[in-house]
Design a protein. Structure first.
Length: 261
C-alpha cells in the first residue's frame, strides 16, 4: 500500500494533506524519515509514525449521518456550527463529507475517508439518484410536473436540468396540513390565511447544482419551506438514526453502493 494512502485511511488527513506532511519530513517508516508519498509500505508489519506517534491503520470508513437543519456542511466555520461538531475530532482528521446539504436542509449525508468513493458518487456522468422530501408553498399541476421531469432552466447561463422524478405526496390548503408540516416557524404564511396552498412530495435528481431542488421548484411556482434528503442511490436514510447522530454503513450497504457505481 502507498504511504499516503495508508495515512489517509488512518484518519491523519486527506490524501493531498498527508502528502504535504510526508514531504515535510513528519512521517517515519520503521524509524526512518520518508519524504516520498508514493513509497510502498506493508500496513501489517511496517511501523509508521506521524509526529513521533505510531499510526494505527483503521482502513476505509463510511458513515451515514442524519443532518439536522441549522448546520453547514463544512469542517470548520467562523460563524456557523458545522456537521463535524457532532463527531469526535480525534477520529475524523482524514474523514470528509461526500457532497453537501444546505444549512436548512436535513437528512442523509455520507462521510468517508475514501476519495475514490467520493469521486465516483459525485461524478455527474454516474447519474447517481438523490431523493428529497419537500414541503412547499404553492401547488404542482400535471404541466408543472411534466416540465420538472423533462428538465427546466433554473438560472441565467445555465443548461437545462437533467430529467427528474416527481411524486406528489399531499396537496391542499395550509389549514389541512399545518400540523403535519415539520417546520417551527413559517414566516411566509399568515397564521390567519388558512387557504394558502401547500404541497409535499418527493423529487429525485441526478445532479448537484447549488440549491438545485429549491430553484427547480421555484420555477414551477413553489417556495420550499422544508427539505430532507432521504436517499442516495439505493441507500435509504435509516430513520432509527436520530437527527445529529450517525452510524457506520453496513457491509451490505457499502457493497450495494459500489455495485451501483
Amino acid at each position: 500500500m502507498r504511504l499516503d494512502k495508508f495515512l489517509a485511511e488512518s484518519s491523519i488527513g486527506r490524501r493531498k494533506t498527508v502528502r504535504t506532511y510526508i514531504k515535510e519530513g513528519m512521517v517515519k517508516v520503521n524509524g526512518e524519515v520518508i519524504t516520498e508519498p508514493a513509497i510502498e509500505i506493508n500496513e501489517s508489519s511496517d511501523v509508521i509514525e506521524y509526529l513521533g506517534k505510531v499510526v494505527a491503520y483503521t482502513g476505509k470508513v463510511y458513515y451515514m449521518f442524519n443532518k439536522p437543519a441549522g448546520y453547514i456542511t463544512a469542517r470548520k466555520d467562523t460563524v456557523n456550527k458545522t456537521v463535524f461538531d457532532f463527531f469526535d475530532d480525534a477520529k475524523m482528521n482524514g474523514v470528509f463529507h461526500v457532497g453537501r446539504l444546505d444549512k436548512d436542509t436535513e437528512g442523509l449525508l455520507l462521510l468517508t475517508n475514501d476519495g475514490e468513493f467520493e469521486h465516483k458518487l459525485m461524478y455527474p456522468q454516474k447519474h447517481v439518484e438523490k431523493t428529497y422530501f419537500f414541503w412547499a408553498l404553492g401547488s404542482l399541476d400535471e404541466e408543472d410536473i411534466k416540465q420538472l421531469e423533462q428538465g427546466i432552466y433554473i438560472g441565467k447561463g445555465e443548461i437545462l436540468t437533467k430529467p427528474a422524478k416527481i411524486e406528489v405526496h399531499k396537496c391542499g390548503m395550509y389549514k389541512e396540513f399545518k400540523h403535519e408540516m415539520p417546520i417551527e416557524n413559517l414566516n411566509n404564511i399568515d397564521s390567519n390565511n388558512y387557504n394558502q396552498p401547500v404541497v409535499s412530495g418527493y423529487i429525485t435528481i441526478t445532479e448537484g447544482r447549488k440549491h438545485q431542488v429549491k430553484r427547480m421548484l421555484k420555477v414551477a411556482g413553489c417556495y420550499v419551506v422544508y427539505l430532507k434528503r432521504t436517499s442516495i442511490g439505493g441507500l435509504m436514510l435509516d430513520e432509527s438514526v436520530e437527527k445529529g447522530h450517525y452510524r457506520l454503513l453496513t457491509e451490505v450497504e457499502i457493497q450495494k453502493l459500489f455495485e451501483e457505481l
